[in-house]
Design a protein around this ligand. Sequence first.
Ligand code: XIL
Length: 315
Amino acid sequence: SAPLRTHAAARGKFIGAALATSPLSNENSYRTIAATEFNQVTAENAMKWDSTEPSQGQFNFSGADAIVNFATQNDMQVHGHTLVWHNQTPGWVQNLGASAMRTAMQNHISQVVGRYADNPAVVSWDVVNEAFEDNGNYRTSFWYNTLGQGYIADAFRAARAADPDARLCINDYNTEGINAKSTAIYNLVSSLRQQGVPVDCVGFQTHLAIQYGFPNDFQQNLERFAALGVQVRITELDVRMQMPRSSSKDATQATYYRNVVNACMAVTACAGVTIWGFTDKYSWVPDTFSGQGAALIYDENYQQKPSYTAVHDAL
Ligand code: XIL
């Protein structure tokens, strides 16, 4: 039957995957499935600060360009990920004083966004990632501790200056349901937009686990954000499980994938769904969540799982 991207395109949405540069250059199966099934790509790591500006003023776009070139060759959109985050950002940034840190942030955004501003494949950016704690407080990252909450507005203004046409997103996890964290983002986005700060999109990472249950108010949450006038998108979907796999866990996982795709399909402002990888051979889950895995839609031998069928049928 037709690949995922054919069905997604027919419904005016994207279906995407986060891609890693090493298998993209080394493995035919990886490349072929990525190009065949998906019409959108996010760099899993290659556009992060530690990859693009490891030392101050020394930019390296080799990995980022490889992702963008692959997308261009295969008629895929690119979502830039990510400009301002507390992780995978070099120590030299973290140790700057306020004035130098603000300047470094603005320069980084200007250089990275500016490089792709005229590239038609690169359409959107995660400008600020994971700025909140689960309780709705600002995360006390080095950004917040040094610059205060104003770093968020400053980052969006710098991104808009570097690319007037890109869609600029704030992105976070554990924000799928209506809760303290998603409400904090909702209130911030509402207030920033009232002040004319260019936030035009909210990303929901959607790193789910079958043992924690499905957020049944996901669609309702997407709708309240859409009512602010922003685009919403599912940016990093995966559904992990306690290992080992079983057919019953696979079936539960498939319902989660189906529910997420259905929620996006039901909301006009939802642009699409990006899965955080596609094969269990390359997933951040086992390295991050001890004893958990099998979170994606292909197994480690590139065989489609029930979760693939669920996504396919929901598109
Ligand atoms: C993860 C990558 O998948 C890993 O390869 C890397 O070692 C750490 O980062 N939220 C995000 C993503 O916004 O950038 C993270 O990606 C997963 C959680």
